[in-house]
Write a protein that binds this ligand. Structure first.
Ligand code: UT7
Length: 295
């Protein structure tokens, strides 16, 4: 479709494979599969969930929210709260942080948090600057209220003055799409900001908990580009053997990237009880954030 090569894509990004959803599949379908497995792993029944937060940039429809549609697909009949969070590739960190606040306040006991995106639907397949990067996916976790952390802290940021460097500007207006419906990205600009803010927010999260870099056992970063991941790990003084990397298998799956990476490492049994995990992401907005977790 475009003038590119495996060597260019691999050397610039680390991406080898990507998944593209079949025609007719919508975001809530992938969210449903991920949620079903998360609920099963958590050992609860769907009706025990009292909050659903879905991070997505590619919702099934303008409204209702993908979270509402997901609730119905899961057969949840208890009338629990359900809403979407839109923070693009940082969406999962924003969603997890939001759910954490509700659990901390005592309002809810079980939250289903999902990152799900079908970026393939908003890609211009003639733009080689973006069409080689993104893939489709979904990941989910169940948060349970408890006395022991869990989530130690979360740190969310946004600088909206950069909204034009990564955006899909189209909007529905008078029955038509007004403006381009495709992802537009100034890759160089995003790259530079990403490397800077991911380092800053990692420090912020570590300092907020009275920890030092050497206390971080695992880094679970947003999976956009192996060069960004390696730069972040280097600044943290972490070897790549302590960094969860799945960008080679999925490409950039936006809000799904962090939970997909978390899931793959968890199911491989890489995390040990008591270990400290730093998750962090950056994306359109520009948004960025980090969350420290005790396994
Ligand atoms: O998840 C949200 C956050 N998003 C990101 O974190 C993405 C951040 N940015 C990046 O990952 C990188 O900037 C890219 C992977 C998008 C691009 O890598 P780069 O090293 O910054 O390349 P570049 O944009 O500077 O392009 C270098 C060259 C250009 O050619 P000239 O002008 O040097 O002749 C591009 O036209 O590579 C060319 N190019 C390609 N060549 C082959 C751009 N895309 C392609 C392609 N195949 N797909």
């Amino acid at each position: 479709m475009v003038d590119t090569s495996h060597d260019w894509i691999f050397s610039r990004t680390g991406i080898v494979e990507r998944r593209i959803a079949a025609e007719g599949v919508v975001t809530s379908d992938l969210a449903f599969e991920a949620s079903r497995r998360a609920i099963e792993s958590a050992g609860i029944i769907p009706d025990e969930i009292d909050l659903i937060v879905v991070a997505t940039t590619t919702p099934d429809m303008q409204f209702p929210s993908t979270a509402a549609i997901l609730q119905a697909k899961l057969g949840i009949k208890n009338g629990c709260a359900a809403f979407d969070v839109q923070a693009v590739c940082t969406g999962f960190i924003y969603a997890l942080s939001t759910a954490d606040q509700y659990l901390r306040s005592g309002k809810y006991r079980h939250a289903l948090v999902v990152g799900a995106d079908l970026l393939s639907r908003v890609i211009d397949w003639t733009d080689r600057g973006t069409c080689v990067l993104f893939g489709d996916g979904a990941g989910a976790v169940v948060l349970k209220a408890g006395d022991e952390p869990g989530i130690l802290s979360s740190h969310l940021h946004c600088d909206g003055s950069y909204s034009q460097i990564l955006c899909a500007p189209g909007r529905l207006s008078d029955g038509k799409i007004s403006g381009s419906p495709f992802v537009h990205m100034n890759g160089n600009a995003v790259f530079k900001i990403a490397v800077t803010v991911l380092d800053e927010v990692a420090r912020e999260a570590i300092e907020a908990n009275g920890l030092t870099k050497s206390d971080i056992d695992w880094l679970v970063p947003h999976q956009a580009n192996i060069r960004i991941i390696e730069a972040t790990a280097k600044k943290l003084g972490m070897g790549m053997d302590r960094v969860v990397v799945t960008v080679d298998k999925h490409g950039n799956t936006s809000a799904a990237a962090i939970p997909l990476a978390l899931d793959s490492a968890a199911r491989e049994g890489r995390f040990r009880k008591g270990e400290t995990i730093l998750m962090e992401g950056v994306g359109g907005g520009v948004t960025w954030g980090a969350l420290l977790l005790r396994w």
